[in-house]
Design a protein around this ligand. Structure first.
Ligand SMILES: [Zn+2]
Length: 446
């Protein structure tokens, strides 16, 4: 599908309808660090100019030194300190109490965020309003930096709008709300389950035993993936977010609900280019919960592969390789028959419709009616590479592509193929031959 901010941070939307064993994914950008740089958050290197999450504004130099702005900054520092110290009274002391709705909103926000062990909570003011605005009220824009203890190695960022009012007791918060994607504590009550370094966060009405199971499954998936890829998990996480339904998930990801109908899971990060960070795996219960245990394992291994390979924060690798290797790891050793898992692809092959080129970025768009087939094309490319090179060789090939410049992922592929004495056309030719052979054999297992 599509993806990526220009400097960092993407998200992977993955649909795995394992009951019929087909798969699909796409990518959505998240905010990236260095908010003063005002990155343009575009969907993908392959889909230029498609802004999904909005820009992060730069600091407003006009007003940051006026006295009201300084007082507002101090009020927000006190509010952040209250969150980090778990001091509800101090948090509520930052609220405009002249308006009952403000106080009830703040109590509800506190009840929700207090569930999470925050290692960071900071308001970076990027527009403190104009001094010519009302002297009693200002609408300011901030970037909220938050980080979860033991899970995140970088801040998760969200743009917010805060309505501040001047009172006899100083500047107070009348309202705090997100500007783009809804934040979990805006969407519903929060609940947490932990399994080792993995934390599952329920948003809204999600049973605790379901969260516990998700955390345990994700921990097992991370263990499988790191073992197979020969990687060590150097940071905590990921955080697995479980919204109560697809409509809520769409609001949390700032995506149309229609784009998530087949989606089992989405991976996002706030990491800098090619780094780990605030990694999030979002589960769509309507799809994920319908899967048998084997299907859930494959979905979570797929997403965990994106997390471990940092595919949401790199632009050096093409989508076919990202999704192909995630599918390869997801199904590896599962015993699922290839012709069953990729039935749509092999139907085409059996009808003589062999793919003539590597999948393109556009092939991974959620609107592609042949999305699952193209995912399986990417998967079988990685299967062929692994047959020829071994799993270690496939990972080394991936690493070589990922080590190239972010400007042209396909050139990085060509360079990595040359080191194997392969051309792109030879790869396609041998892949087509392998597909024909696999179709004939019919019994190959993933
Ligand atoms: Zn994926």
């Amino acid at each position: 599908m599509t993806r990526r901010a220009d400097s960092a941070a993407g998200a992977l939307v993955c649909a795995l309808l394992v009951s019929c064993l087909v798969a699909a994914c796409s990518v959505v950008p998240q905010m990236s660090p260095g908010s003063n740089a005002s990155p343009s958050l575009t969907a993908a290197s392959g889909v230029p100019g498609r802004t999904l999450a909005g820009d992060i504004p730069t600091v407003d130099q006009r007003t940051e030194s006026d006295s009201a702005s300084i007082a507002i900054a101090e009020a927000l520092s006190a509010r952040a300190a209250a969150v980090l110290s778990g001091n509800e009274a101090a948090f509520l002391a930052t609220v405009d109490r002249s308006r009952p709705a403000s106080l009830s909103d703040a109590r509800r926000m506190w009840k929700r965020i207090a569930v999470v062990p925050w290692a960071q909570w900071r308001y970076e003011i990027v527009d403190s309003g104009s001094a010519s605005d009302s002297t009693e009220m200002r609408l300011i824009t901030v970037v909220l930096h938050d980080r979860i203890e033991g899970v995140d190695s970088a801040d998760s960022l969200a743009q917010e709008s805060l309505q501040m009012v001047a009172t006899n007791a100083g500047w107070k918060v009348r309202n705090e709300s997100s500007v783009h994607a809804e934040l979990p504590w805006e969407a519903g009550d929060l609940s947490i389950a932990r399994a080792g370094e993995v934390v599952a966060l329920g948003v809204g009405d999600v049973p605790q035993d379901e969260l516990e199971e998700v955390a345990a499954r994700e921990r097992a998936a991370m263990s499988d993936v790191t073992a197979l890829l020969g990687r060590r998990q150097v940071t905590g996480g990921p955080l697995v977010v479980v919204p109560e339904d697809t409509e809520m998930m769409a609001r949390l990801l700032d995506r149309p609900e229609s784009a998530l109908q087949q989606v089992a899971a989405v991976t996002t990060t706030s990491a800098a280019e090619n780094q780990s960070g605030a990694d999030r795996v979002w589960l769509s219960r309507s799809v994920f919960d319908a899967q048998p245990p084997l299907g859930r394992m494959i979905v979570l291994r797929h997403e965990s592969t994106h997390v471990v390979l940092r595919s949401a924060s790199t632009s050096s690798t093409p989508l076919w390789l990202e999704e192909g290797i995630a599918e390869f790891v997801g199904y590896h050793g599962s015993g699922v028959r290839l012709s069953t898992a990729a039935a749509d692809l092999f139907t085409d092959v059996n009808n003589g419709n062999l793919p003539s080129a590597l999948p393109t970025s556009d092939d991974f768009d959620g609107a592609n009616p042949h999305l699952a087939r193209d995912y399986h094309a990417a998967w079988t490319l990685c299967l062929w590479l692994a047959d020829r090179l071994g799993v270690d060789g496939l990972v080394a090939f991936y690493d070589q592509v990922a080590s190239g410049p972010a400007t042209d992922s396909e050139k990085n592929v060509d360079a990595a193929l040359r080191s194997l004495s392969l051309s792109r056309s030879t790869l396609v030719q041998r892949w087509r031959t392998a597909l024909s052979n696999w179709a004939t054999e019919g019994q190959m297992h993933a």
